[in-house]
Design a protein around this ligand. Structure first.
Ligand code: KG4
Ligand code: ZN
Length: 334
């Protein structure tokens, strides 16, 4: 049995977890800072770093206690190296280095995006080759994985990430940050009555673009406001969500036709989206019935350390260890 203590601090969640064999969560403690950032309408990097400093020791202790673990039971310490906010990443990395040094454990650097994909491994075994649709506040990518630990980004957004578009529209609709979840709820009460653009949907590649859609929605709202017209926010949400989901689903199905895979793993904060879950399930049932579709449970869609511990297991087997001069990589790619 391999037990890995994992730490995640790339953005606005401070988290630590103990994961057994990359699949079993013995603990997964997540402290969200959302309340502190809400009044600023987005994550303030300096505030995020300060909260991580205040929380990290306590969160690690709680994760160890909840897992009923002593340090001699831990085989390695894994930490998010990037991508993320440099100051935020550095707090987790410093904590991980200190613990690795003090307790004589190997230190494993993990890519945050790989973590999102491996969150699925905490629910069912990953079978290769597979395809992953990674949708978060910072990323929108289609990733082909021919084998464990191998990543090929076959398509990505050319501008905004889909979660970023959700959050910016949320701000214009005066919703608390981050607006994604709330827009999803509103969309379920509204109707897709406005024909917003579905950028790049017919282009023969796997790339995305969401900034045009975001601007179309924001301009629609501003123009209506200037005319003194009241638009139904639920219909705006439903129409925006329909456009965003249509593109995500269409591009994913295009990739599934080209890449014969066993599984499609959806990953990242936007994997919680009800429209995406519904439409992908429906279209794959008829157009890619042989590919198994998985979404992580809602608790593992957002940022958490359990997914970092899951991704670290393969690296532990390969002895991909870092020295104590490990540095944060804010722009780390898969
Ligand atoms: O993966 P994540 O927790 O952090 C990043 O690594 O970015 O993703 C956060 C993003 C935010 O943009 C948030 O608004 C979005 O995920 N999100 C959603 C939903 N729940 C969270 N977007 C659409 N529908 C949801 N239900
Ligand atoms: Zn994330």
């Amino acid at each position: 049995m391999t037990k890995i203590l994992a730490i995640e601090s790339s953005c606005d969640e401070t988290s630590a977890a103990v994961i057994e064999n990359g699949t079993q969560q013995l603990s997964n403690v997540v402290a969200s800072q959302i309340k502190s950032h809400m009044r600023f309408g987005g994550v303030v990097p300096e505030i995020a770093s300060r909260h991580h400093v205040e929380q990290i020791t306590q969160i690690v202790d709680t994760a160890m206690e909840e897992a009923d673990c002593t340090w001699d039971m831990i085989d390695a310490i894994a930490v998010t190296q990037g991508p993320g906010l440099v100051g935020a990443l550095l707090i987790g990395i410093t904590a991980a280095k200190t613990l690795a040094f003090a307790h004589h454990k190997p230190l494993i650097p993990v890519n945050h995006m790989a973590g999102h994909i491996y969150a699925n491994q905490l629910v069912q075994p990953m079978e290769f080759p597979l395809l992953s649709l990674v949708v978060s506040g910072g990323h929108t990518e289609l990733v082909y994985m021919p084998a464990d630990g191998e990543f090929e980004v076959i398509g990505e957004t050319r501008d905004d990430a889909v979660g970023e578009a959700y959050d910016k529209i949320g701000r214009v609709l005066d919703l608390p940050y981050p607006g994604g979840k709330k827009i999803d709820e509103m969309a379920q009460e509204g109707e897709d009555v406005y024909d917003y653009p579905r950028a790049m949907i017919t282009e023969e590649n796997y790339d995305f673009s969401f900034s045009g859609l975001k601007s179309a929605v924001i301009n629609h709202l501003h123009n209506a406001e200037q005319r003194g017209e009241q638009l139904e926010p639920q219909h705006i949400a439903a129409s925006f969500q329909a456009a965003a989901v249509d593109v995500l689903v269409e591009k994913t199905l295009r990739a599934l036709k080209e890449y014969p895979v066993k599984q499609l793993l959806v990953a990242g904060g936007v994997a919680a989206n009800s429209g995406l879950r519904h439409d992908l399930k429906q279209r794959m049932a008829t157009e890619a019935p042989d590919v198994a579709l998985y979404f992580p449970p809602l608790s593992l869609c957002g940022d958490n350390a359990a997914m970092i511990g899951a991704a670290a297991y393969h690296l532990y087997g390969q002895k991909v260890y870092a020295d104590l001069d490990l540095d944060a990589k804010p722009g780390l790619l898969l």
